[in-house]
Design a binder for this molecule. Structure first.
Ligand SMILES: *[C@@H]1O[C@H](CO)[C@@H](O)[C@H](O)[C@H]1NC(C)=O
Length: 506
């Protein structure tokens, strides 16, 4: 028996066992529900206050998962007041290698209140009651047949034709066809993605024409539909508008062009999509041939809008957000702003953000609420092998200046603390001395030849950040071995003080 056949058989057996388990569980559940319905406590709120108070910390987390946040009494209020009136079209873009792994969690949480989301991909599939549309079906035939970026697309079609859909996820590791400094290490699925964007816009109009707004998100984007409606209320959909989280494409000629980062989602007014589809028919097909030389599909959108419709980006950051809760930019500037989207969410994050939104019970869902939900253990003072991203986004960085050591006395030789870059303690002192500083990152690069380079970054935003292990490399010219380590620090007391003092948003 080939390994593949063995795999199929095991799956078959497991499916049968699973079905049996399901029948038993459903049976138990039914008996429980019938007995619980006769119990007045169940009807009032599933548990009396005495029971609720007795629930341990671990238990209350589970309670929250099953029945909504504490005090919520299990009512289903997530969609209250946000009935989908069909004026906003929500379009989700995914790919065949990931669609069925990512989209279900998104549909069950963030998109629960949307009656007819448009799901687009690079293969015709279904997920429950939803059709997943292959928007590349109508792409330029010559490009599909001969462009190396479409090799994965052609493979997907073959798998679909031969009934081997279970092999689709294995294509997710296929490397990109053409690599350069910007696309190094990317996958073939990523390389194909950029061709979907323009067809996606045309498909959205074809399926749901004449609507007020079209928002385009990805399968790992959380969308607060409630906040989206509040955000859009202020704007007129009959005027040309393109909203996004801005990124600058420096290579655009004759001058750099801002585009809306795809993961944060971008929004087009009905006026833009109408003009596009009525006055520029076949635009997506026209562009298929140019896209091979362009890096990102979200940039392709901005470039096409700029060239063909003379529409440019309107900045909607931080509401359209580029990161997940651990990396989102919390600061006095964003604290009371509503969260419309967040990006890079895992299925667990989807569930967590959903519960954070549920907890505000229909009020605008703000960065403050995300912080409360995700950072209830606070932030540490110091963490090694960790990057809290203080040096990642220049727009949030604070200038590093020499430390003032006039009244300084401590265990360290004061001279070594003067330059904040030299030691972790100096970097920490620099953050203490700048009242806008919430956190900092210090990195040290050393070689086996005794070289030492250090860097201190201060920032005015606060966030958890990510693990960052030692980076090692060998210098090709000299043969020297290098390594770089990251340590992060937070002014935890300053952050807690800010959080306590800004509990309310008006
Ligand atoms: C997918 O479905 C659409 C209609 O929904 C159809 O036009 C297209 O030919 C189908 N086939 C492929 C290869 O995607």
């Amino acid at each position: 028996m080939s390994p593949m056949n063995r795999g199929r058989r095991t799956r078959l057996l497991t499916t049968r066992r699973l079905a049996l388990c399901l029948i038993i569980i459903t049976g138990i559940g039914l008996v429980y529900t019938i007995s619980a319905l006769g119990n007045p406590e169940y009807i009032q709120g599933r548990a009396s206050d005495t029971v609720r108070n007795a629930v341990s910390a671990a238990g209350s987390a589970r309670e929250r998962l099953l029945h909504g946040p504490a005090g919520h009494k299990g009512e289903d209020i997530f969609c209250d007041g946000v009935v989908d009136d069909g004026r906003i079209v929500v379009v989700v873009k995914t790919g065949a290698t990931e669609a069925l792994e990512k989209v279900p969690a998104q549909l069950a949480t963030s998109l629960r209140c949307i009656a007819k989301p448009v799901i687009v991909s690079d293969l015709n599939q279904t997920v429950g009651r939803h059709q997943i549309h292959n928007v590349l079906a109508g792409a330029d035939a010559g490009v599909i047949a001969s462009n190396p970026d479409f090799e994965i697309y052609r493979k997907q079609q073959l798998l679909a034709k031969s009934g081997s859909l279970e092999d689709l996820p294995s294509l997710s590791t296929m490397p990109i066809a053409k690599e350069d400094w910007r696309t190094k290490g990317k996958t073939a699925a990523w390389g194909l993605d950029k061709y979907k964007f323009l067809h996606m816009v045309e498909k959205a109009w074809e399926l749901q024409p004449g609507k007020d707004w079209y928002i385009f998100i990805e399968a790992d984007t959380y969308l607060s539909y409630r906040n989206l409606r509040i955000f859009l209320e202020k704007y007129d959909p009959s005027t040309p508008l393109y909203f996004g989280s801005p990124v600058k494409m420096w290579e655009h000629k004759p001058k750099p062009l801002w585009f809306g980062y795809g993961g944060s989602g971008f929004i087009l007014s009905g006026a833009v999509v109408r003009d596009w589809t009525t006055n520029h028919p076949g635009l997506a097909n026209e562009w298929d041939k140019k896209i091979g030389k362009m890096w990102f599909g979200d940039f392709v959108v901005a470039d096409a809008l700029n060239d063909e419709l003379h529409v440019q980006l309107t900045d909607a950051w931080p509401m359209l957000h580029n990161n997940e809760p651990n990396v989102a930019a919390f600061s006095p500037d964003t604290w009371c702003k509503p969260v419309v989207t967040m990006h890079h969410l895992t299925s667990r994050d989807f569930d967590d953000v959903y519960h954070a939104e549920l907890a505000v019970r229909g009020k605008p869902f703000r960065f403050r609420d995300v912080y409360r939900h995700f950072y209830d253990f606070g932030l540490p003072f110091k963490r090694e092998f960790w990057d809290n991203l203080a040096g990642e986004e220049p727009e949030f960085e604070l200038k590093v200046v020499e430390n003032n050591l006039e009244h300084f006395s401590g265990a360290f030789d004061p001279k070594s603390l003067k330059d904040p870059h030299q030691f972790f303690s100096g970097c920490q002192l620099a953050c203490v001395q700048n009242e806008k500083c919430f956190q900092f990152t210090w990195s040290m690069t050393t070689s086996d030849g005794g070289d030492r380079q250090t860097e201190c970054h201060l920032t005015k935003v606060f966030r958890k950040g990510r693990k960052r292990e030692t980076e090692k490399w060998t210098d090709k010219k000299t043969g020297a071995k290098w390594e770089r380590n990251w340590i992060s620090g937070w002014r935890s007391n300053r952050i807690s003080k800010f959080v306590e003092e800004h509990d309310e948003c008006s």
